[in-house]
Ligand binder design. Structure first.
Ligand SMILES: [Zn+2]
Length: 263
């Protein structure tokens, strides 16, 4: 909808304010940024079967909500850097857990950690005019590489078909809605470290927000079977996790083949 041009222009003429609390100054004030610098495991109250071990940088509540929404829905592109930092913190935490875990994941030269964005629907991409999860992923990759980690973005998944807006759906309905809509991308060889012959050490599904875990669960199942996965463990990292309400996530078997590994 043209927000890609409007947002940078608005930056030139409008005074900046924190997207979380409105305080004048930075796009994300230190107090609101601190809410996204507290990575911890994100678990639906009851795991959907196949839900990957996932870390969130913060809770999707309070002033974090307007920050994520300003970036996602209102195209406030200058939030990509601070939200990318938050995502990088979540990736670092889940990587640390995978290193220290029973599998002893060891990334290094030729054994990269691949960040796989959870794909948006085509309708959402059209509506927003941009791929906000792709932007977050790129920002996180820059941070992690600066820190010396062998990390690359690998868009190995895509969405197909028509999927209803998942807002207001139960976890069960979300999963039924999603089944078959997340597909492996065949053009994976374009993404350097994901090309044939390279064995990733770890696959990290990345997204902005995890709510019921249904999307991450479906995506993890598809990713585990991807020809570029090559038996690498699949984990998740998100900017923020929604605290679950009274509606519980059902424990019936999911569509994926992925086995949950404990952190
Ligand atoms: Zn603030």
């Amino acid at each position: 909808m043209g927000t890609g041009l409007v947002a940078p222009l608005a930056d030139l003429v409008l005074p900046r304010a924190c997207a979380g609390c409105g305080r004048p100054g930075r796009v994300l004030c230190p107090r609101c940024a601190a809410l996204l610098a507290d990575p911890r495991p994100a678990q639906p109250r009851r795991h959907p079967t196949g839900f990957p071990p996932t870390v969130a940088a913060g809770g999707y509540a309070g002033s974090v909500r307007p920050v994520v929404n300003a970036f996602k829905e209102r195209g406030q592109a200058d939030l990509a850097a601070p939200l990318g930092t938050a995502l990088a913190l979540a990736v670092s935490a889940v990587l640390r857990a995978a290193r220290d875990g029973p599998g002893g994941v060891r990334p290094g030269p030729g054994r990269p950690v691949l960040l796989v964005p959870v794909p948006s629907t085509r309708a959402a991409l059209r509506e927003r005019g941009r791929d906000h999860v792709g932007e977050l992923t790129a920002a996180a990759v820059r941070e992690l590489r600066d820190a010396g980690l062998p990390v690359a973005a690998a868009p190995l998944l895509a969405r197909r078909g028509r999927v209803r807006d998942s807002a207001g759906l139960s976890a069960d309905e979300r999963r039924a809605n999603l089944a078959g809509s997340v597909v492996p991308v065949a053009r994976g060889r374009r993404y350097g470290p994901g090309r044939d012959g390279v064995r990733p050490a770890l696959l990290v599904l990345v997204d902005d927000v995890v709510t019921t875990g249904a999307t991450l669960t479906v995506a993890a199942g598809v990713l585990a079977g991807h020809r570029h996965a090559r038996d690498a463990p699949v984990v998740g990292a998100v900017v923020a996790a929604t605290p679950l309400g009274r509606r519980a996530v059902p424990t019936d078997p999911g569509p994926g083949v992925f086995t949950v590994r404990d952190l």
